[in-house]
Ligand binder design. Structure first.
Ligand SMILES: [Mg+2]
Length: 317
């Protein structure tokens, strides 16, 4: 096995340091030295992806690299933060250089797409898992926190739901073509960074849908000390989901399936048109799915049907 240092130098050192990335010193020393923008707060988050928990063992390595970074960037998007830097720790059973090469290509491609600099890495031996810490910036006072929701706000999402779960089911059924819209939703999620930025000053609160609409809406409601009412007829379903699962299970996947990585947010009805216009400019639609209201709990959902629904047959999020 090549040494940790050789692997890091070969696959994880990005050669894009310079003034524009805010990197005074990149990977290779004990720490990177970063230069935050005056007037901005740092938004920091970390996510770990474990083989056969968050992605299947046979997933293409480049998709694993993309996904590991995308799910972390999604948290920055949910704060209305813009991504600047990331660090990564990879644990892998052996130094499979073909796998590492493809993995790093997927990772670096997404870094380039959003102008994120990889400023540090660590490689250890063990069960395959990837931890990515992301560092973003948001102007002081502009972050989209979970706690800002107000009664009578419209609840909306930035994209169709259930695709993460549908993609897992499609994978389990043997589909392997990542052009399949459901598999793409599952393995190649797109962090909604531009959407998060566009919602600054309009949305009262936001979260990204990693655990499923119901679970993540509950987090918003708890933080905002409010309840919610969902309109099931308005739920946008991922392309191909009903064909795969049938209408009933497709709706449940949209409510309870995780890994969609769309933004869930609330805003006053008076801001709806402006939010829709701004989101369209970044290629994203706005789907209203309900309202925040005084009280507690989420109304409008047949909870008995959800209780009986098997969440992730053969897998888990
Ligand atoms: Mg999140």
């Amino acid at each position: 096995m090549p040494s940790e240092f050789e692997l890091i130098a070969r696959y994880f050192v990005q050669r894009n340091e310079g003034e524009t990335t805010g990197v005074a010193l990149g990977a290779g020393d004990d720490c990177a030295l970063l230069v935050p923008t005056p007037g901005q707060q740092l938004a920091v988050s970390v996510d770990t992806s474990v083989v056969d928990v968050h992605f299947p063992a046979g997933a293409p390595a480049w998709a694993v690299g993309h996904r590991a970074l995308a799910v972390s960037l999604s948290d920055l998007a949910a704060m209305g933060a813009w991504a600047r830097w990331c660090t990564m720790a990879v644990t892998l059973p052996e130094a499979d250089e073909a796998w590492l090469d493809a993995f790093s290509q997927g990772f670096h491609a997404l870094c380039r797409e959003y102008g994120v600099a990889l400023v540090g890495g660590d490689v250890t031996r063990g069960e395959l898992s990837i931890s990515v810490a992301v560092h973003g910036e948001v102007p002081v006072g502009a972050a989209l926190c979970r706690s800002g929701g107000q009664a009578d706000d419209i609840i909306a999402v930035t994209g169709p739901l259930g695709g993460g779960h549908g993609g897992l089911r499609a994978w389990q059924q043997g589909r392997r073509d990542l052009d399949d819209p459901l598999l793409a939703r599952y393995l190649l999620p797109q962090p909604r960074l531009a959407a998060g930025l566009a919602l600054r000053g309009l949305a009262h609160c936001a979260i990204d849908i990693s655990d499923g609409l119901l679970a993540d809406l509950s987090h918003l409601c708890d933080a905002s000390r409010l309840g919610a009412e969902l309109d099931m007829t308005q739920l946008p379903l991922a392309t191909g989901l009903e064909a795969l699962l049938g209408t009933q299970d497709a709706r449940h996947a949209a409510l309870c399936g995780g890994d969609d990585y769309e933004l869930l947010f609330s805003l006053p009805a008076s801001s709806l048109d402006e939010a829709r216009r701004r989101l369209r400019e970044c290629g994203v639609d706005l789907w209203p799915v309900g309202r925040l209201r005084d009280g507690a709990g989420i109304a409008g959902v047949d909870t008995r049907a959800i209780k009986g629904w098997q969440h992730f047959p053969g897998g888990s999020s």
